[in-house]
Design a protein around this ligand. Structure first.
Ligand SMILES: [Mn+2]
Length: 338
């Protein structure tokens, strides 16, 4: 839980501002989208003018959370326009679900020359301490739990829209209450969110039974690449550029696909390697309560949580896979020696 000083500081920073710029990390996931949307609703209800800015496209299955298309940096507004105040001056910048510059490509340039106060709401261990005010709770399963705590503390109403957005955020960051970050706080908060109008059945349908055929074919392509290492304890899969071309899927369609192979009983950790258009490899890592994948990601400049982390590696695919396999093997060795 957050200490009162941090909560008070956040309420104070928000109270003093009229116009607030809200953003989150690039490649926004459910927690990022839901938390940003909930904060936007809450601030608007307080009479604040808010400007939402995404650093990359919102996955289409989260678009239902937003009433309007959210501007994307580099597409709808350039970094120069942002710097010159052409996107509208803001007297507070709120960064949600990240606290690291590397997770905000281009926007980091704007942040470094910015003189306005910054408020960070996050739950990641990796931090560049960007905020003047920081509500960072690494014990929270989702950033949405910290947002909810703020709303409760400040006695700001949790409307149906806010409840729905926060429920999506918590449910996706816990793999629909499957991952081992699912604690009593998650369930208590979700109970409150259901009472405030979130409909779990409807949201589950929208999120998990609503794939596009393109996305489903991409998943099928990924299944064919499955390799089991270390007696089946470590699973690797990959997606190449050609898989996107052949299926018509886009990068956002890879979200959560890594979790599929964890249905295999012996798998304790998994990696998904995605070849990006620029030749780099995006590596996502997951583990059950065994090895710390954040440490592995951090070694290559990435970050995340003990059980879910990610990083970028230079290509080609097989080189990137070798690097990670070597590192994972080391971690399992150390684990077994304990
Ligand atoms: Mn999160």
């Amino acid at each position: 839980m957050m200490n009162d000083d941090n909560l008070r500081k956040a309420v104070d920073l928000i109270g003093k501002s009229k116009t607030i710029l809200l953003t989150t990390h690039t490649k926004p996931d459910g927690d990022a989208c839901g938390s940003v949307m909930a904060m936007h609703e809450a601030l608007t209800a307080l009479g604040k003018k808010t400007r939402l800015l995404m650093l990359s496209e919102i996955p289409e299955w989260y678009e239902f959370l937003f009433a309007e298309k959210v501007p994307v940096l580099g597409e709808d507004v350039t970094i120069e326009q942002l710097g010159q105040g052409q996107f509208g001056e803001a007297d507070l910048i709120m960064i949600i679900d990240t606290n690291s510059y590397s997770q905000m490509p281009k926007f980091d340039e704007f942040l470094r020359q910015n003189t306005k106060p910054i408020l960070v709401i996050d739950h990641h261990v990796t931090t560049d301490e960007i905020g003047d005010g920081e509500m960072v709770d690494t014990s929270a399963a989702a950033t949405a739990l910290v947002v909810f705590e703020l709303l409760k503390y400040a006695k700001w109403p949790v409307t149906e829209k806010i409840a729905r957005a926060l429920f999506v955020a918590v449910a996706t960051d816990t793999g629909w209450f499957q991952f081992n970050n699912t604690d009593s706080r998650v369930h208590r908060t979700c109970a409150d969110l259901i009472e405030a109008g979130a409909n779990p059945t409807q949201l589950h349908y929208t999120l998990y039974q609503n794939f596009s055929p393109q996305r489903f074919r991409l998943m099928a392509a990924m299944f064919n690449t499955l390799e089991l290492h270390l007696d089946g304890r470590f699973a690797t899969q990959y997606l190449r550029q050609v898989d996107f071309e052949q299926t018509g899927a886009v990068y956002n369609d890879t979200e959560n696909l890594i979790d599929e192979c964890r249905r295999i009983g012996m798998v304790e950790a998994a990696a998904l390697f995605v070849e990006l258009a620029d030749g780099r490899i995006k590596c996502s890592l997951r583990s059950n309560d065994t090895i710390d994948v954040r440490e592995i990601a951090a070694k290559f400049g990435g970050g995340g949580h003990t059980n879910a982390a990610g990083t970028h590696l230079p290509g080609p695919l097989n080189k990137a896979t070798e690097l990670i396999l070597a590192e994972v093997t080391e971690h399992f060795k150390r684990l077994d020696a304990k």
